[in-house]
Ligand binder design. Sequence first.
Ligand code: AP5
Ligand code: MG
Length: 236
Amino acid sequence: MNLLLYGAPGSGKGTQANMLRTRFGIPHIATGDMLRAEIQAGTELGRQAQPILAAGKYVSDDIMIGMIRNRLRNPDCEPGFIIDGFPRTVAQANALDILMVELRKRFDRVVYLKVDVEELLRRLSGRLVCPKCQRTYPPGTSACATDGSALVQREDDKPEAVRPRIEIYLEKTVPVLDHYRAAGIVSEIDGRGTIEEISRQVLAAVNGKFTSPLAGGVGPRSGPGGGEPSAKTAET
Ligand code: AP5
Ligand code: MG
């Protein structure tokens, strides 16, 4: 099962990817998390990327394509993977197409979490993140449920970076969706419900595509999210 989670900053990609990773036991490949790990480790790439992330801009296509190319070749991706945060530009989407052909893989589903800008701003301003495992939590959470670490605010969730992140998403990443719509594999989910409600819809969207070795599958293909309903909110 190869999945791609698509959506604006704060739309819930990381939250739903964690649910899918736990349920299906396939890796969550989040390019933002990978960049933050480089920053934390003080590598040359991390030093280059730090001011770009802090400003809410995008790291160059060449660097990101190289990063995803290496990651998808890792043997842990053989049973499947969940990509979150890539591709963010049409050039990245074209490069990913070529890479998938090389790897003899295809995407089973692109899950598009659609949330309006007001809600995105609300979520990002209160979001907390575990500095150790990168899991994200809503405001008021005291510690990471997985490893007990004290939670922190992400540098790019400070008000001066949040607007630029949404603007660059609208300019450069919204066109990427058309790339996958043309392939007929997009499930559009209204991301405004509770985390549990959205999780149910995400599972319905991937329904019938995968039998989980951990959870015994997600049941027959039915219910909302399995197709591509028409847009209900602005294209975010
Ligand atoms: P990245 O880390 O990917 O950030 P992002 O896309 O801006 O997305 P977020 O992680 O902020 O949001 P999310 O959708 O994961 O939401 P979450 O689940 O946390 O990238 C960071 C940066 O790295 C980029 O800005 C760029 O600089 C660089 N980068 C990365 N990839 C790149 C690429 N391919 N090319 C170039 N540059 C790249 O949820 C948000 C909050 O809402 C949480 O608090 C959560 O608990 C809460 N929440 C989730 N769901 C719900 C719900 N249903 N109801 C209420 N609250 C909810
Ligand atoms: Mg995320």
